[in-house]
Design a protein around this ligand. Structure first.
Ligand code: UD1
Ligand code: MG
Length: 471
């Protein structure tokens, strides 16, 4: 690529009034990831050398998301996009090279689009390249006004168009490549728009067209440069991104059943020969290895799923599942559950902050929290690690080859050594040494012939049985 330095200037200081949300617009998530992060990621993967983000409204939220990755400029009052760009004068003013201006509300832009714009800008030898696109419904966007030779003349904001201009389908994407030496001189000349009392960045077009070379670059795939201004647009962006991600996955060998109902986040990696069933959402830094079957009705966020795993009707958050293990239906793994290979975590089983060895099973109705478990452990139906005393959490340690009878409470802190058998219904409060059978429940008492005092004989009324008693 070219030798000139390249900068990105991302405007993200606006209030996002049309969103009607508490979060600042550029921090609003799409597929559980803040919009601005998509843009910065694409910039990082492009030929851009240095990035400056203009922050203002709730700046700390945006700064928190991006710290260490970009530099920041501050726009104290939101006086428009022109004013926002000018706020970066201290940060970028003395640089030589090309600056690519991007808006913080165009999450679908990718590195290929960015690099194409920069290459075209350089090839055409422009001082300013305005990036445009065409929409059948251009409502909300600034329209591109061209002179009779087809050369760009100005940009008119949607609300300020004449009826004739409103019909123009070519719009301003809000992306500009500009010679950085001229940028800040021109920005200084922008005057407040009478209509909105704001400084419009779009004014650089008519301010430069006389004395500089100003051209346009038109994006064909208009959906990838859409601007997100409200929650409806968020849903559109999410759909576009979902379709793009799902298509890429399917073409790489991931089978998706009813893909419209499947959502996979931007940073998720799924290997080939995986099947994803309907109503499944996989987000965050999740990975799914080959041979696994995921879903239906499953949520995985920051989950690492090894090979040949099955996860059905379940939640997996911040957890790892090793190979050949089955999860669900209706299981919940969270907060660093680390499930070993060949495990079975079945119906209504919750595992939190716990590690299990290989071939361990909790098939029904169990809670395993703050626990390390060895290999070949069987949690009977209804067994519970009692990790919380109302004040603090405590650890349970279970060795290898342990059989935990149904409805057992293991009151933590507690250690159960290897080769232990715990009788059903036990409430275990003391450590169990290796090789033991532990029974921790009241001994059974059978009272001969007593039941008839409590249960009325079949076919008789209560009065009848009272009579029997009298006799
Ligand atoms: C803008 C363009 C419009 C274009 C559209 C493309 C202007 C005047 N209009 O309109 O021509 O078709 O984008 O999506 O540029 N911002 C600041 N400080 C401010 C105001 C805005 O940093 O004072 C930031 C916002 O955070 C946002 C971006 O600039 O990320 C764009 O602002 P927005 O209000 O969304 O502009 P649009 O009305 O969409
Ligand atoms: Mg916008």
């Amino acid at each position: 690529m070219g030798t000139m330095n390249k900068y990105a200037l991302i405007l993200a200081a606006g209030k996002g009034t049309r969103m009607k949300t508490k979060l600042p617009k550029c921090a609003f998530p799409i597929l559980k990831k803040p919009m601005i992060e998509y843009i910065v990621e694409s910039v990082e993967e492009s030929d851009i050398d240095e990035t400056c983000v203009v922050v203002g409204h709730k700046r700390e939220v945006i700064e928190d998301l991006l710290k260490g990755r970009v530099s920041f400029a501050y726009q104290a009052h939101q006086l428009g996009t022109g004013h926002a760009a000018l706020s970066a004068k201290d940060a970028l003013g003395d640089r030589e090279g090309t600056t690519l201006i991007l808006l913080g509300d165009m999450p679908l832009i990718d590195e290929a689009i960015i690099d194409n714009i920069l290459t075209t800008h350089e090839k055409m030898g422009n001082d300013l390249t305005v990036v445009t696109t065409n929409y059948t419904d251009p409502t909300g966007y600034g329209r591109i006004i061209r002179d009779k030779y087809g050369k760009i003349e100005s940009i008119v904001e949607d609300k300020e168009t004449t009826e004739e201009q409103r019909a123009i389908q070519e719009v301003n994407t809000g992306i500009y490549a500009i010679n950085n030496q001229y940028l800040f001189q021109i920005l200084d000349k922008i005057e407040k728009s009478a209509y909105k009392n704001e400084y419009y960045l779009t004014d650089i077009v008519h301010l430069m067209r006389q004395d500089y070379s100003v051209g346009t670059y038109t994006i064909r795939d208009s959906q990838y440069v859409m601007g997100v201004n409200d929650l409806y647009a968020i849903s559109i962006a999410e759909k576009v991104l979902r379709d793009k991600i799902n298509k890429g996955l399917m073409l790489s060998g991931v089978s998706m059943i009813n893909p419209e109902t499947i959502t996979v986040g931007h940073n998720v990696r799924i290997e080939g020969n995986v099947t994803v069933y309907p109503n499944t959402t996989i987000t965050g830094e999740s990975t799914i290895a080959e041979g696994s079957l995921i879903g239906p009705n499953t949520e995985i966020h920051n989950g690492v799923i090894h090979r040949n795993v099955q996860v059905k009707h379940s939640y997996v958050y911040d957890s790892v599942v090793h190979e050949h293990t089955t999860i669900g239906p209706f299981a919940h793994l969270r907060n660093n559950a680390n499930i070993g290979r060949d495990n079975r975590i079945g119906n209504f089983v919750e595992v939190k902050k716990s590690t299990t060895g290989k071939n361990t099973k909790a098939s029904h109705l169990a809670y395993i929290g703050d626990t390390t478990t060895g290999a070949n452990v069987n949690f009977g139906c209804g067994s519970i690690t009692v990790n919380y005393d109302g004040k603090e959490k405590h650890q349970t340690h279970i060795g290898d080859d342990v059989f935990i009878g149904c409805n057992t409470n293991l009151v933590a802190p507690i250690r159960v050594e290897d080769n232990v058998f715990i009788a059903a219904g036990s409430t275990v409060t003391e450590n169990i040494p290796s090789g033991s059978l532990a029974i921790a429940r009241n001994k059974q008492i059978n009272k001969a012939d007593y039941a008839r005092n409590l249960i009325k004989p079949k076919g008789k009324t209560v009065e009848d049985s009272k009579d029997t008693e009298k006799k």
